[in-house]
Design a protein around this ligand. Structure first.
Ligand code: FES
Length: 276
């Protein structure tokens, strides 16, 4: 039995904004009944101000799916579409006072429906699923979705991904693939050729640090929407700044430690990394 907060119970038992808006300006239809959760979100939007005047939902799913969808409509009504796009699945869960972690996929479905409805309003065609990107056949979950949800929610284990997307929660065949995707997201790739640390002049040390950051560290971070800038090198103190998705990322501490170990391994044990 799941432990639900009073607010989840309230929004499940007396959901707000159920239904469909006639002549909606944007419709987001996500999930599928075959996979156990489906959500249709319709929006009425003031075209002059881009403000969401009304939001309604229809859902097929459990208590958390109904509560999450209803919470989403309450959160976005009155916001402009740009403001609404800042409503994350974590915001939906927080609005409800939390969701059981095994039910976080309901909040993710809400966020997906919101993105789809706004894309529909903006006339952005639904992206075609590229062949080969489907990772979980049981729940129809693509690699792109796993990467996005993992990065946005800082998920590091296959069980986390199952909680947030359902992927891996059926036959289990896709779990290895999910593990590989997570490793790819969160690990900093090892250098192809190990460089043997030697006694370096100051200039050699600076050049080596720059090269390692450019070739070994930056590509991995950029692949996940982040980046790093080398700000200064003062003796063994290396000062960097995170950019993009790395800024404010909850995993920044882990990334920082990974970069410091890499520089200690390849340049000098005495390297101390600092973030500006
Ligand atoms: S293919 Fe993912 S659980 Fe079956």
């Amino acid at each position: 039995m799941w432990e639900y907060t009073d607010k989840v119970k309230e929004y499940f038992l007396k959901p707000k904004n159920i239904g469909e808006i006639d002549n909606a300006d944007g419709v987001g239809d996500v999930g599928s009944i075959v996979c156990g959760d489906a959500l249709k979100l319709s929006l009425k939007i003031d075209k002059d101000t881009d403000r969401i005047e009304d939001a309604k939902f229809q859902t097929f799913g459990c208590a958390s799916a109904i509560a999450s969808s209803s919470a989403l409509t309450e959160l976005i009504k009155g916001k402009t579409i740009d403001e609404a796009l800042h409503v994350s699945n974590q915001d939906i869960a927080e609005f409800l006072g939390g969701l059981p972690k095994e039910k976080m996929h309901c909040s993710v479905l809400g966020r997906e429906a919101l993105e789809a409805a706004i894309a529909d309003y903006r006339g952005i065609p639904k992206a075609e699923e590229e062949e080969g990107t489907l990772v979980c056949k049981c729940f129809d979950v693509s690699e792109e979705k796993i990467r996005k949800v993992a990065i946005e929610n800082h998920l590091t284990t296959v069980d986390d991904i199952t909680d947030y997307t359902k992927a891996g929660g059926g036959c289990g065949e896709c779990r290895e693939k999910i593990e590989a995707i997570l490793n790819d997201i969160w690990s900093i790739k090892a250098p192809e050729k190990p460089v043997t640390p030697k006694k370096l002049t100051n200039l050699q040390k600076i050049a080596l640090i720059q090269e390692i950051i450019e070739k070994e560290i930056r590509p991995g971070l950029q692949a996940d929407g982040g980046d790093i800038d080398l700000i200064d090198i003062d003796g063994n103190k290396v000062i960097i700044a995170f950019r993009g998705m790395c800024t404010g990322c909850l995993m920044a501490g882990v990334t920082l430690e990974g970069i410091q170990s890499k520089l200690r391994e390849l340049v000098s044990d005495a390297i101390v990394l600092e973030v500006q």
